[in-house]
Design a binder for this molecule. Structure first.
Ligand code: XMP
Length: 430
């Protein structure tokens, strides 16, 4: 292990992530662990140099006050005990408004080296993956999203052709995405990549289904089925790699968190197809995952792409999906992305896409009446996707996008801009 570590023990602090991130920003690797971590487990954390007991508002769980095992304080490791500001005024020490200097002092007291870097992380993970996998084989569902792409690149570096990637094209990806996955991973990085064209299969299953939740269920279940079929065709697979990242674990795993969100990844495989998991990104935050991808040589637009929902364009082709409207969504989305890039908005706006409803409006084409679909533009900014504001697009930008969509996308007859913030609207339309 190249890295020294300072652990943050979650004693109900709401700022555990901020503390861990602040330590990493100072170059010292940090992980968040539950307050009731066993003494042996704490001692065994690789590179452990000290720990912070981060108390806070959620320190009382179901009416019972929780605490760490007092024996932790006798380990001989330096520790810092803090309490959330204002929660229990007489209790312990509170974080100062700027926790930076206090952390710097503590780092010095621990004698921890500021040696957390992406190069070291990659080197460590390569060694750990090799150790875990040995002569085994690893399977990865490679969607082309940031997390699965970075996992693939990291595994390729570690184990090369012992990795098999499966890319399922369900027909709901954005324009050029399946091609990019094949080009980058098969041609440029030389990965074993199985490309599955499941477009007809998904669209047939979705035909006539208009309920959004039903659509999501079908897409999720069918994805697992296709992936399972591919896994059964391969022999000797021992491990399943997943792009789990640290927020997934923190959100679903803390004992004191108020809102616990279930985390879904490529779970759901049948019992006889349960592999051991390889999750090399599980301690990285999203921006660190991106930095890792860049270091591993992935294209910038793959690593910095905007969030894209699992059900893909399926929830942007409103109501029952038809091939014609799906193409209108895909082509208009591609134009929107091109125009945003041309105006430098791709680096500024958090999420932007187009939506096509399942009704037509009247218009004229070549002197004749034409019934064509409206295309709705959406461009929003947010920090956590819980609330969002609309990007105040300039009229000339809206006009150029409109002109291109009406000229280049067959079947699109009107363009509208959605001005609704979240709440009350959601970011997606269904
Ligand atoms: P809403 O529409 O709820 O979206 O305001 C918030 C964020 O979540 C994304 N989203 C999804 N992501 N599967 C996903 O993986 C889904 O079913 C899904 N629905 C919404 C949405 O794109 C936005 O970033």
């Amino acid at each position: 292990m190249k890295q020294d570590m300072i652990a943050v023990l979650d004693l109900g602090g709401q700022d555990n992530v901020q503390v861990a991130r602040a330590l990493r920003e100072k170059g010292v690797y940090s992980e968040i662990h539950p307050h009731d971590i066993a003494l042996e487990a704490l001692k065994a954390l690789p590179g452990i140099r000290g720990f912070i007991v981060n108390g806070g508002e959620n320190r009382v769980v179901n009416g019972v006050s929780i605490d760490v095992d007092p024996a932790l304080y006798t380990l001989g490791l330096p520790f810092l005990v803090v309490n959330h500001r204002g929660s229990r005024p007489n209790d312990l020490e509170a974080w100062p408004l700027d926790m930076g200097p206090a952390l710097q002092d503590f780092i010095a007291r621990c004698g921890a080296q500021a040696n957390w870097s992406m190069e070291n992380f990659i080197e460590d993970q390569v060694a750990l993956i090799r150790q875990q996998v040995g002569d085994g084989k690893v399977l990865l569902a490679l969607s082309g999203g940031v997390d699965s792409s970075v996992v693939a690149a990291l595994l390729l570096r570690a184990i090369g052709d012992k990795l098999t990637c499966v890319h399922v094209n369900h027909g709901l990806l954005r324009k050029g995405e399946p091609e990019q996955v094949v080009r980058v991973f098969r041609q440029e990085l030389g990965a074993n990549l199985i490309y599955v064209d499941a477009v007809d299969r998904f669209l047939d299953k979705l035909a006539g289904v208009s309920d959004p939740e039903q659509k999501r269920k079908i897409i999720g279940a069918e994805f697992i089925r296709v992936f399972e079929e591919e896994a059964r065709k391969l022999s000797g697979i021992d491990f399943l790699a997943q792009g789990t990242i640290y927020p997934d674990i923190i959100e679903s795993g803390t004992k004191t968190a108020k809102a616990v969100k279930a985390h879904h990844n490529v779970g759901g495989l049948p019992k006889d197809l349960q592999f051991s998991l390889v999750e090399p990104l599980k301690y990285l935050f999203k921006d660190e995952v991106r930095a890792c991808g860049v270091k591993l040589g992935l294209p910038h637009d793959m690593v910095y792409r905007q969030p894209f929902p699992g059900p893909g364009l399926g929830v942007r082709c409103l109501g029952a999906i038809t091939r014609q409207r799906l193409e209108i969504v895909r082509e208009s989305d591609a134009i929107l992305r091109e125009e945003f890039a041309r105006h430098g908005l791709d680096k500024k706006v958090w999420q932007y896409f187009t939506v096509v409803p399942d009704f037509r409006a009247v218009g004229v084409r070549g002197h004749a009446r034409a019934m064509e679909y409206p295309v709705i533009l959406r461009a929003v900014n947010t920090v956590d996707a819980m609330t969002a504001t609309v990007e105040p697009l300039l009229f000339p930008v809206l006009a150029s996008i409109t002109q291109r969509i009406l000229a280049e996308v067959p079947g699109a007859g009107r363009v509208l801009y959605d001005l609704s913030p979240k709440p009350p609207a959601t970011i997606e339309w269904e």
